[in-house]
Design a binder for this molecule. Sequence first.
Ligand code: PEP
Ligand code: MN
Length: 336
Amino acid sequence: MIIQLHQEIAAVQKEAIVKKALTLQYKTTEVKTQHGNYLVGIGKSEFDIRELGHMEGIADIHIVSDNYKLVSKKWKVKPTAIDLGDGVAIRSGDLAVMAGPCSIEGEEQVYKTIAHLKANGVKIMRGGVYKPRSSPYSFRGMGIDGLKMWHKAAREAGIKIITEVMQVSQIAEMHDYVDIFQVGARNTQNFNLLDELGKVDKAVMIKRGISGTVDELLYSAEYVFSGGNEKLILCERGIRTYETSSRNTLDLNSIPVLKEKTHLPVVADPSHGIGIREYVEPMTLASIMAGADGVIFEIHEKPEEAYSDGQQTLNFKESETLIGKINKVFALRESL
Ligand code: PEP
Ligand code: MN
C-alpha cells in the first residue's frame, strides 16, 4: 500500500495514520522525495480502504500488489519524466539518445566527441571516469580531474553528462559535475551505494545486473526511490547467458516487460548488450521498436585505439549513420 500524504501534513496527523495502519497490520515506512511525501505500507491483510481514507493529511491511497511499491506502475500510471534542464528530458513517448566513449581519455577526445554529438543533435554524452575493469592492470579511468575537464567542455557546449559512480565516497566529489549518475551492472545490488544515491537530488540511471533479473533491477530502483530520490532511469544492458557468440545477451524482452511494470523510463545499451560493433546498429533499432525511451551507445574517433571496449565502439561515421536511422525508426514507431 502507498499512502500519499499532503506536503503540509502535521506530525500528529502522520502519527495517527501510522498507528491506524498498524491496527490494520501494515508496517509503514515514511518516504520523502523531491516530489512527494509517502507512507509505504507493508502487510498482507485485506481491509476496507475507507478505514484509512477519511483520515486528515492523506491525499490518496493505492493498493499495490507488487513486492516493489514506489517504482510500480500499479499506483502511478502516468510515466515519470526525468527533466535534466535546458529542454533535455528522458521520458516516455520521446527518445533520448546518449552517446560517448566507454572511457574519458583526454581533452582532445572530449572536444572531438562533443563536436560530433552537437553536429548530430545528441544532447547527452556518456563516458566513464571511474571504470570497473575485469583486470586491475587495465585503464581504470581519469578520475575526478577527468570529470572536471569534461564538465567544463560539456557545459560550454550545452551537453549533459552521464557517468558511472562506483562507490559512496565518490558521490560528493562528483555531484556538481554530473547530470546523471550511472550505477553500473557490477553495482546494481550495491545497496549502500543505492541508499546514498537516494539522498541526492540528481538523476540516477541503474543498469541491470550482469546476472540480474528484471525484478531485481526494480528492487534496486526501489532502494533509491525509498531513500528519497524519484529521478530514476532503468537500463537494459544485456545479461550473461550460456550463449558465447556475443559478449552478453541483450534481453529485448525486458523492455516491454519493464514498461508494463514500472512508470520509470527505460533505456537500452546495445553496446554492452551485444558487445560487437557490427551488431550495435540493429540492436539499437530493435530496442527502439521494443519500446525503449532512450538508447545509450559507445563511440570513439578511432575505436581501435580506445582505452576500453573498442570492440563494441562505433566510429563517428558509423555513429552518424546510426543516429539517422534512430530518428527514422523512432518516427516509424510513433506513427504505428
Ligand atoms: C559502461 O557503461 O561503460 C559500463 C561499464 O557498463 P556496464 O556497467 O553495463 O558493464
Ligand atoms: Mn564500456
